[in-house]
Design a protein around this ligand. Structure first.
Ligand SMILES: [Zn+2]
Length: 276
């Protein structure tokens, strides 16, 4: 759903390659091409280097072993993707204690599934840090490609879809049954992402957040906002935009919505309500 935003992606991709290069016995230039292929090149690379499938299949198992010198924890720790980019609901942070004990990390979804394309099982841009629900429960063995779905390393569902509020009756100020919440897109691939990860259905569990936004929009009217600005601008918050962000309770700038769960929902509904 949300594009993976990390200004050091290329650096970490290179570190990933450097850490793996002595562990897979194929010529360096070919390994480099396989590991560092960008999203739009993945399929082409998979077909070109098919003969190495088995070597990668075995290597991936080692990569997910905690004891391995460079493993999935190290990659996840570098990426710092704290919320699942597919759903923007579940946390995917990595925790490694000061004494080195590995506590938790995201799962890695293979955008091009590893059963069909073992060769891509360690390709940096094919490894999507994601939550268990998206990776294991929902996507499972479904086949994705750049023709059918959006890869969070290169594209964001945020730009191609919007949450909408549809008022049903007058109870909408105090009841989640008074309105409908919809997530729609006219883009085919975005639509497929929504469908594969059941986003429209899952978000129905978060209508309470939407209800709170409706209530806040009514409470924080223009005159109350002015009052708060007169009283606290420069002390509690920087300016009006900052106050509006505080009220909505989410990160709302495009490059920050991946930082906190449900920020996309909060941003879209706050915008629709005229709060931001
Ligand atoms: Zn998820």
């Amino acid at each position: 759903m949300i594009k993976i935003s990390n200004e050091h992606l290329e650096k970490y991709a290179n570190e990933h390659y450097e850490a793996l290069k002595d562990k897979i016995d194929i010529p360096d230039d070919e390994l480099r091409e396989i590991i560092l292929a960008k999203t739009e090149k993945l399929l082409e690379v998979a077909q070109k280097h098919e003969k190495y499938n088995t070597k990668f299949k075995n290597r991936y198992k080692n990569f997910t072993t905690k004891k391995e010198e460079y493993n999935a924890y190290d990659l996840a720790d570098n990426l710092q993707v704290n919320v699942c980019p597919y759903c923007n609901i579940n946390p995917t942070y990595t925790v490694i204690k000061k004494d080195g004990k590995k506590i938790t990390r995201p799962e890695f979804d293979h955008f091009y599934d590893k059963a069909t394309y073992p060769i891509l099982s360690l390709s940096f841009y094919n490894l999507i840090p994601s939550c268990h629900t998206c990776n294991s429960t929902l996507k499972g063995s479904e086949k994705f490609s750049d023709k059918t779905h959006l890869n969070p390393y290169s594209e964001s569902l945020d730009k191609l879809s919007k949450f909408h509020l549809q008022i049903e009756d007058s109870t909408f100020y105090h009841s989640i049954n008074g309105f409908e919440l919809k997530l729609e897109s006219k883009d085919n691939r975005a639509h497929n992402n929504i469908k594969s990860f059941e986003l429209d259905t899952l978000y129905q569990n978060h209508k309470d957040i939407v209800l709170e936004l409706i209530q806040k929009q009514a409470i924080y009217n223009e005159s109350y906002l002015d009052e708060l600005i007169t009283q606290y601008e420069g002390t509690l918050f920087k300016n009006k935009e900052d106050l509006q962000r505080l009220i909505s309770g989410g990160y709302i700038s495009d490059d920050e919505i991946g930082k906190r769960p449900l920020s996309k929902l909060i941003k879209d509904i706050s915008t629709e309500l005229g709060m931001i």
